[in-house]
Ligand binder design. Structure first.
Ligand code: NDP
Ligand code: 8X3
Length: 252
């Protein structure tokens, strides 16, 4: 019987690439995102793949509840939840960051992920199988200027993933946190409020990770034998590494 994956943030980037990869491999897909026209277009592109399109906003619990309650029968036994929907907004230092941006990141990256997980976990535990795959980030481990609230939301995702493993001990349900570095998607266009020039500059002269690179990792983690749990994967492009600690010196 075909397995079912629920993918949040399937309208773009990693989520869309995962939908294509899992779909081609014969999985049933529940593809989620706010831009419904993109979901429809993706479903059409996937042709014969069994797809359920779910247009909703992960920040709103009532919408998440309605999505889960409205899953058609063939899609109800979810094997993998890919908590991928997320975003960074802005790169200002904390002292001048936009509070609304911080709230949006918390509501999406933390609360949306919590809602999805809490509502789909009971079925997985009941069936004694399932897998929650979260999209964290290197920003959850490695600080950088302007990463303030975004990095902190991804640190939450990392620790929540670890704690989930404790709670799910003995249930057969797996948890994986995938933590990518620089990857070219719509991520930077969103971060810079639609400024494509600024977004493109992030990747100029680099060989960033691609959405397909991440989809291959998600697919690999999901397809390990049932007794294997990949706890976390941190991945960067070769062109990215650390820059050491910063020391401020008084002027003479
Ligand atoms: P994209 O901007 O290309 O995709 C983000 C996806 O999230 C879109 O499909 C968007 O759909 C969805 N989304 C955003 N807000 C909401 C919301 N409120 N409700 C429902 N869906 C939402 O970015 P990426 O593919 O790069 O990002 C995917 C994940 O990977 C994110 O969690 C991001 O933080 C993380 N990540 C990205 C990295 C990168 O460098 N690109 C590196 C490390 C982690 P829609 O707008 O249609 O709702
Ligand atoms: C996205 C990677 O380094 O832009 O999570 O924060 S980074």
């Amino acid at each position: 019987m075909a397995k079912t994956i629920v993918i949040t943030g399937a309208t773009s980037g990693f989520g869309r690439a995962c939908a294509e990869m899992f779909g081609r491999a014969g999985w049933q897909l529940v593809i989620c995102g706010r831009r419904q026209e993109r979901l429809q277009e993706l479903a059409e592109k996937l042709g014969d793949v069994a797809v359920h399109c779910a247009g909703f906003d992960v920040r709103h619990l009532a919408e998440v509840e309605a999505m889960v309650a409205g899953l058609p029968e063939p899609f109800r036994a979810v094997d993998v939840l890919l908590n991928n929907a997320g975003l960074a907004l802005g790169l200002n230092p904390a002292q001048s960051a936009d509070l609304g941006d911080w709230e949006t990141m918390v509501d999406t990256n933390i609360k949306g992920l919590l809602y999805m997980t809490r509502l789909l976990l009971p079925g997985m535990v009941e069936r004694q199988r399932g897998h929650v795959i979260n999209l964290g980030s290197i920003a959850g481990t490695w600080p950088y200027p302007g990463g303030n609230a975004y990095g902190a939301t991804k640190a939450f995702v990392g620790q929540f993933s670890n704690n989930l493993r404790c709670d799910l001990h003995g249930t057969g349900v797996r948890v994986t946190n995938i933590e990518p570095g620089l990857a070219e998607t719509e991520f930077s266009v969103v971060r810079f409020g639609g400024d494509k020039v600024k977004a493109d500059a992030v990747y100029t002269g680099t060989d960033p990770l691609t959405a397909v690179d991440i989809a291959e990792i998600v697919y690999w983690a999901a397809c390990r034998p049932a007794h294997v749990n990949i706890n976390r994967i941190e991945v960067m492009p070769v062109c990215q590494s650390w820059n050491g600690l910063n020391i401020h010196r008084r002027s003479a």
